[in-house]
Structure formats: C-alpha cells, structure tokens
Write a protein of this length. Structure first.
Length: 313
C-alpha cells in the first residue's frame, strides 16, 4: 500500500433515476480502482438538469451505494450547489473571448451535416434565447485510454465549438464535469464507454482552462484541503457498457430495472464477473463487506474486457 496516494477517483451519477446494473458496474470499477491504489473515492451528484430528475433519486442512489459497500471518502458534491462557480468560469471565458452566444437551432445544424461550423462566432448575438459555445481552439482528437488503448475521435467532431450553457439557461454537461473534476482535483476517471468520444472535448476544455487567465477562478473555488497548483487533466479508463439481450444499453432512459438493495450479493458478484475479475463462486455466500474486501485485494484493471458484453436478465 502506498501511503498518501494522490489518486482521486469519483463516481458521478445523475439523479434521473435509481441505479441499475450498468451504473453499479461503473461505480464498482471506479471504487475498486481507487481503493486498490490506496486512493480517495468521491461521489458527485450531477443534479443540474431539474426537468430530468426523479424525485428522491439522489437519496436512493446514496442508499444503494452504501448497501453495496461503496463508501465514499469526502462530502458528496452536489452540482446544483456549484452554479456560481460555473458562472464565474463562463464570465472569464467571455472576458478572454473564448466563447460566444449562438442562436442556431438543432434543425439548422442538422441541415448542414450535424457538425456546428461556428456560424455565430462573430455575430455578437444578444444573450437572450442563446446558447453559449466555447471557441474550441485546442481540438484534441485522440488520447490514450487506460482500458481501451488509443482512442481516435472523429476530427470534425473534435473541432466543433461545443455548448457550455444551453439555450434554456442550464449549464451543459461538458462544462460542469470538467469544472468539477478540477474542483475535486480528480486524477483518475473510470466510467462507461458511452463517454469515450466526449472525452476529447473534455481534454480540450481542460487545456483551455489551464491558461493562467483562469487560475483565480479555479483556485479560489477549490477546497483548500486538496488544492493543486498545477492543472492536470485526469487519466481516463472506459469500461464496456452493460447491454440487454436485445442489444440496448442499460440506462435509465431504457427503463433498466433498479438493482435490489435488500439483497446486494448477487448483483455485486455479477458485476465483478462482468468486469473480468473472476470472483470464486464461494464469494456469493459472504457478506457485502467481505466481497468488497476480496474485490479490492484482487482488483486488476488489466482484466476488464474492452468490449461490450451481454447482460442476461
Ligand atoms: Zn450559432
């Protein structure tokens, strides 16, 4: 065990529903990788999209994690409490002329092939009824993934000026996730393969924010206890997605069933199998904490399969 590991990982669910088997796999993988590396594991609730939220889901998610022995190390971060911080970043982006208002509709962008071409960049549009796009100068289109190896993203997509605040005034995922990974000084992100491509945007955005013009905004917001004076993007590892027999991704949108928190052992065992950890059959009969202890001791990121596997339900 390495004392004082600088490893900081996190699990960041959105409270749009209860945890299902797919989200359990993600939570478990990020937890085990953090613990195996003697790191800190955090939970962040991405509750900045109220229309999509399910009442009581945040509390239920936390209850589920605890029932599965996935205990977090610091206070829960609620993105709904971070809005001043996000707003300060946007103000600074405007000050440095790194973003602009855009009034293009989804239909207009679709009509030109689906990739935004910077139409509103020099129009100086009014802020009313406008989204905010970042001027994407960095355009990172590849990176090395801990599980999937070298990832090459579509170049046109990587060049696109992406939205950081939506037309309806809500902060976009890309902004909030990068801002909070900086805020929580995250070093490792283990999450699902559905975010494989957006990672290049996040890496570009990281690099943009590493400009010294943003330091006062980022550093003053950070919790002093784990402040880091040089901005470094986390490393990423993307685990395969659990899909149904019919080939659909398990997701809240597809109404994937919530996992049973009264009897966590079978799902925990199945999740370890899915992650290629080959748990011995006797493990099924142990209690949750004993299973977790075994899983930490035997965790091997290299054993996680690259490809999607079918979850038989
Ligand atoms: Zn536009």
């Amino acid at each position: 065990m390495r004392p004082q590991s600088t490893y900081r990982g996190r699990f960041a669910p959105s409270p749009s529903g209860y945890l299902h088997f797919g989200s359990l796999i993600t939570a478990l993988a990020s937890f085990l990788d953090a613990k195996k590396n003697n790191g800190t594991w955090l939970v962040r609730l991405e509750d900045i999209d109220p229309p999509r939220e399910k009442k009581g889901a945040s509390a239920h998610i936390l209850k589920t994690l605890a029932a599965f022995g996935l205990h977090w190390d610091e206070n829960i971060l609620y993105q709904s409490k971070q809005t001043d911080y996000y707003q300060h970043i946007i103000e600074q982006l405007f000050k440095e002329q790194y973003c602009y208002y855009c009034q293009c509709t989804r239909a207009q962008i679709k009509a030109i092939g689906g990739i935004y071409q910077g139409h509103c960049r020099h129009l100086n549009l009014d802020k009313n009824h406008s989204a905010i796009r970042v001027i994407n100068q960095i355009q990172i289109d590849q990176y090395s993934d801990l599980i999937q190896g070298k990832i090459q993203c579509d170049k046109a997509l990587a060049r696109e000026d992406f939205i950081i605040r939506r037309k309806d005034g809500l902060f976009a995922y890309q902004l909030a996730v990068v801002a909070d990974d900086i805020y929580q000084n995250i070093s490792h992100v283990i999450r699902g393969c559905d975010l494989l491509e957006p990672t290049t945007r996040q890496l570009s955005f990281y690099q943009l924010l590493s400009d010294k013009a943003f330091r006062h905004v980022l550093w003053s917001a950070q919790d002093e206890s784990h402040v880091s004076k040089h901005l470094q993007a986390p490393v990423f590892g993307h685990i395969p997605l659990a899909i149904t027999e019919q080939g659909y991704k398990l997701s809240k949108q597809n109404k994937a069933p919530a996992i049973d928190i009264q009897k966590p052992q079978p799902a925990l065992f199945a999740a370890l199998q899915f992650l290629g950890q080959q748990p011995p059959i006797d493990l099924k009969h142990l209690n949750v904490d004993e299973i977790i202890q075994w899983a930490i001791a035997h965790w091997q990121l290299e054993s996680v399969p690259k490809k999607q596997e079918i979850q038989l339900t």
